[in-house]
Write a protein that binds this ligand. Structure first.
Ligand code: DX5
Ligand code: ZN
Length: 216
């Protein structure tokens, strides 16, 4: 069954505790936490203190998506703040293999994220080292954008690469995921769906999470 990772970026920050309690009581699998630095992406979101606070209110895995330059400088800090998974961008890492190993050596799951324009083939020599591949299905930086359709072809190529290499990596899709497109993404090979606006702006977020989870 699909893993669902609601993105707190679309939540009501004034009611963060209630939003977290809703997630705890829902069928959500992971908390997806989008960290933006205003340099790698043209937006600033939240950082360590928020991750630290959220850690105190949930036992569900914290899936931290670092949209920041030089992520290697902050990996230890995010581990100490309570991250379970750390995903870094292919485009932000000169020494991706070293940085992935750094994350894993701390006992965390390591993910690599690809921007929409970055081809799957570039993962050939890193795929067996990572636990998660996050495919951006919008340009990173903002919630509530429209799904980029060629992501579906990328899921197909990635699935093939994973199969050929014997990699155990999970495929996570991030951006513009809706109740309408979730089924197709899962059928094509996605394992994890991130959803921000679809969950938090819906009339019944708990029900929406369940709908996403059972859409395959
Ligand atoms: C975008 C973030 C996404 C975002 C998804 O840069 O990485 O996780 O919060 O939001 P929706 O689901 O609203 O597109
Ligand atoms: Zn994200």
């Amino acid at each position: 069954m699909a893993l669902i990772a609601p993105s707190l970026l679309a939540s009501n920050f004034l009611k963060l505790q209630e939003e977290c309690e809703m997630l705890n009581n829902s069928s959500a699998d992971w908390y997806h936490l989008d960290v933006m630095d205003g340099r790698f992406v043209p937006n600033i979101s939240f950082g360590l203190p928020i991750v630290e606070q959220i850690r105190t209110i949930t036992k569900k895995p914290l899936d931290v998506h670092l949209m920041i330059v030089e992520p290697e400088k902050y990996i230890i800090d995010f581990k100490n703040a309570g991250a379970d998974h750390i995903t870094i961008h292919y485009e932000a890492c000169i020494h991706l293999h070293r940085n992935i190993e750094q994350i894993k050596s701390l006992g965390l799951k390591a993910g690599v994220a690809l921007n929409p324009h970055t081809p799957i083939i570039l993962l050939e020599d890193i795929i067996t080292y990572v636990d998660i591949v996050l495919l951006m299905s919008v340009n990173p930086g903002f919630g509530g954008q429209k799904f980029i359709p060629n992501t579906v072809d990328k899921i197909r190529s990635l699935k093939k690469l994973i199969h050929q290499t014997g990699s155990q990596a999970l495929i996570e899709i991030d951006g513009g995921v809706t109740v309408e497109n979730a089924g197709a993404l899962l059928h094509t090979g996605a394992d994890v769906l991130v959803a921000g606006n679809t969950v938090f702006k819906s009339a019944n977020p708990t029900e929406t999470i369940l709908k996403l989870k059972t859409s395959d």
